[in-house]
Ligand binder design. Structure first.
Ligand code: UDX
Length: 450
C-alpha cells in the first residue's frame, strides 16, 4: 500500500513539496503552526509567488488528496512518512538555528501511534540527523521510528518542475526499510529514470550544503574573472561562453554580474563555514571566505558605478536613481539577501533618491525597505532618473523600449548589473550603457585597484 504522507512546515519548501506529493498520487496532510497560512493553503491560496504552484495546490485541495491542519497529532495519526520542512534560519555566528526542527521532533515523536519514518528535508549542518536519532531515542517513542534525510534542491521560480521532475534524488537512510519506504514515495520519478543516490545520513546532509556552496563558488569564480576583465579590457561574457563549451565546466551559473543572493546560497555558505569551524576543520572551507568577498565586492562595484555617474551629472546628493528589479532573481517575489535591494538601499543611504520597480517583489521589498520609493512600472521608476540600474533580470526588462525610457529619464547612464540586456537598442537610443566586465558601450572609466 502506498504510504500516507505528512509535510510539517508549509513555508516555501513545504507547501511546494505537499502539493508535489499529492500530484505524485499520495494522500497528503500539510501541517503548520501558523493558522492563517493553513487557512490560505486550505482554500487553495499560495501566500508567495511561485509560477504553477497555485494551480497545482487548488487541483489537489479540490480532489481531496491534499488537506491542511494546525494539529500535529492529527498528522501523527494519519501518516506513515513525515517530511519535516521547517526553516533553519541563520543564527548567531552564521550557524543554522535548529529551534523549529527540534520543536517538531519533540512534538511529533510522542504523538506517534504507528510505525513512522521521519524524513528531514530542511537544510541542516552535517551531524544534525545523527543527533536527532539520539533525540528521538530519548523521547522514548511507543512505536518504531526511523529517521532519514532527503535534501531538497528546488529553485525558486522552478519549484514545481524541480519537485515533480527532480534532477536527482538523494536518500540518506539508516536501514533498508527506510530506503524501501522512500522508494515507494518517489515511485513515479524513479520509474521515469530519475537518478538516485542512496547513502548515509551525514552524506545526504552534506550534499545539500556542498551543492549550494559549489554553485556560489562558480558564480564568484566568474565574477572574479569579471574583475580581471575590467582591468585588462577582457570580456567576461565571451570568457564564460568559451569556458562553458568545455562540458567538464558547463555554461550554467557562469552568469557574471551582481552576484548571488536569496534565502539559500548566502546562508548555506556561511553555515558551512560555521560548521567546519565547529568541527575543527575551518581550513577545509577557507576558500569560501574568498567566494563571499568577491560576492560582496560586486555589489559595492555597482554602488560605486552609480555614485560615479551621479557625481558627474550634478549635485549627486539628491541625484535620482531608477532601479529595475528588487527580487534576488527573476520569477520570484523573494527579497531575502537580495543583491538588487541591497544596492538600492546603499544608494539611498548615500543620499540618492531611489525609485524601484519590480514586477512581483515590490510588496515584499516595501516591507523590508520602506525608505525607498516604489513605482508601478519601469517607465515610472526611471522618470527623471540620472542613472538607471538593471539589477534583476526579469525577462520583461529585455522588452522595454529604450527610447521611451530615455525620454522619461533625466540622465542617460544605464548600468546593466546583470549583463543580460541586449545593448544594441539601448546604445542606438542614446543610452550610455555600462556593464560588469563586458565590452559594451563606453569603456569602464574607473578600473578596480589591483
Ligand atoms: C538555490 C539552488 O539553486 C537550489 O538548488 C537550492 O535548493 C536552493 O538554492 P535559489 O536560491 O532558488 O536556488 O536560486 P538560484 O537560481 O540558485 O540563484 C541563486 C543566486 O545566484 C541568485 O541571486 C542569482 O541571481 C545568482 N546567479 C545565478 C548568478 O549571479 N549567476 C548565475 O549564473 C546564476
Amino acid at each position: 500500500m502506498a504510504p500516507r504522507i505528512s509535510v510539517i512546515g508549509t513555508g516555501y519548501l513545504g507547501a511546494t513539496h505537499a502539493a508535489g506529493m499529492a500530484e505524485l498520487g499520495h494522500e497528503v496532510v500539510g501541517v503548520d503552526t501558523d493558522a492563517s497560512r493553513i487557512r490560505a493553503l486550505a482554500e487553495g491560496r499560495v501566500p508567495f509567488y511561485e509560477p504553477g504552484l497555485p494551480e497545482l495546490l487548488r487541483r489537489h485541495v479540490e480532489s481531496g488528496r491534499l488537506r491542511f491542519t494546525t494539529d500535529l497529532a492529527e498528522a501523527a495519526a494519519f501518516a506513515d512518512v513525515h517530511f519535516v520542512c521547517v526553516g533553519t534560519p541563520q543564527g548567531p555566528g552564521g550557524a543554522a538555528d535548529l529551534t523549529a526542527l527540534h520543536r517538531v521532533v519533540d512534538d511529533l515523536v510522542p504523538a506517534l501511534r504507528r510505525t513512522a519514518l521521519v524524513v528531514g528535508k530542511s537544510t541542516v549542518p552535517v551531524g544534525t540527523a545523527e543527533a536527532l536519532v539520539e533525540r528521538i531515542a530519548r523521547l522514548r517513542p511507543s512505536v518504531e521510528v526511523d529517521l532519514a534525510w532527503n535534501p531538497e534542491f528546488l529553485r525558486e521560480g522552478h519549484a514545481v518542475e524541480d519537485t515533480l521532475r527532480p534532477n536527482r534524488l538523494v536518500l540518506g537512510v539508516p536501514s533498508p526499510a527506510a530506503e524501501w519506504a522512500l522508494r515507494q514515495v518517489y515511485a513515479r520519478p524513479l520509474a521515469d529514470g530519475t537518478p538516485v543516490v542512496v547513502t548515509n545520513l551525514p552524506t545526504a546532509e552534506l550534499v545539500k550544503v556542498s551543492a549550494n556552496a559549489f554553485l556560489a563558488t562558480k558564480i564568484s569564480f566568474v565574477n572574479a574573472m569579471a574583475e580581471l576583465c575590467e582591468v585588462t579590457g577582457g570580456d567576461v561574457a565571451a570568457l564564460a561562453d568559451a569556458l562553458g563549451h568545455d562540458d567538464r565546466i558547463g555554461r550554467k551559473f557562469l552568469g557574471a554580474g551582481l552576484g548571488y543572493g536569496g534565502g539559500c546560497l548566502p546562508k548555506d555558505v556561511r553555515a558551512l563555514i560555521a560548521r567546519a569551524t565547529e568541527l575543527g576543520t575551518p581550513e577545509s572551507v577557507d576558500f569560501l571566505h574568498g567566494v563571499e568577498a568577491v560576492n560582496a565586492r560586486r555589489r559595492q562595484r555597482v554602488v560605486d558605478e552609480a555614485l560615479g555617474a551621479l557625481r558627474r551629472t550634478g549635485p549627486w546628493l539628491h541625484g535620482r536613481v531608477g532601479v529595475l528589479g528588487a527580487a534576488f532573481k527573476p520569477h520570484s517575489d523573494d527579497v531575502r539577501d537580495s543583491p538588487a535591494l541591497d544596492v538600492a538601499r546603499r544608494l539611498s543611504r548615500e543620499g540618492a533618491w531611489v525609485t524601484v520597480f519590480d514586477p512581483q517583489a515590490s510588496v515584499t521589498a516595501r516591507t523590508v525597505a520602506p525608505e525607498l520609493r516604489y513605482a508601478a512600472n519601469a517607465v515610472a521608476a526611471c522618470r527623471k532618473a540620472d542613472v538607471v540600474l538593471h539589477l534583476t533580470e526579469w525577462p520583461e526588462f529585455a522588452d522595454l523600449d529604450p527610447a521611451r525610457l530615455l525620454e522619461a529619464a533625466r540622465g542617460r547612464v544605464l548600468v546593466d548589473a546583470r549583463n543580460t540586456l541586449d545593448p544594441a537598442p539601448w546604445l542606438a537610443a542614446g543610452w550610455d550603457v555600462r556593464t560588469l566586465g563586458t565590452l559594451v558601450g563606453v569603456p569602464l572609466e574607473r578600473p578596480l585597484a589591483v
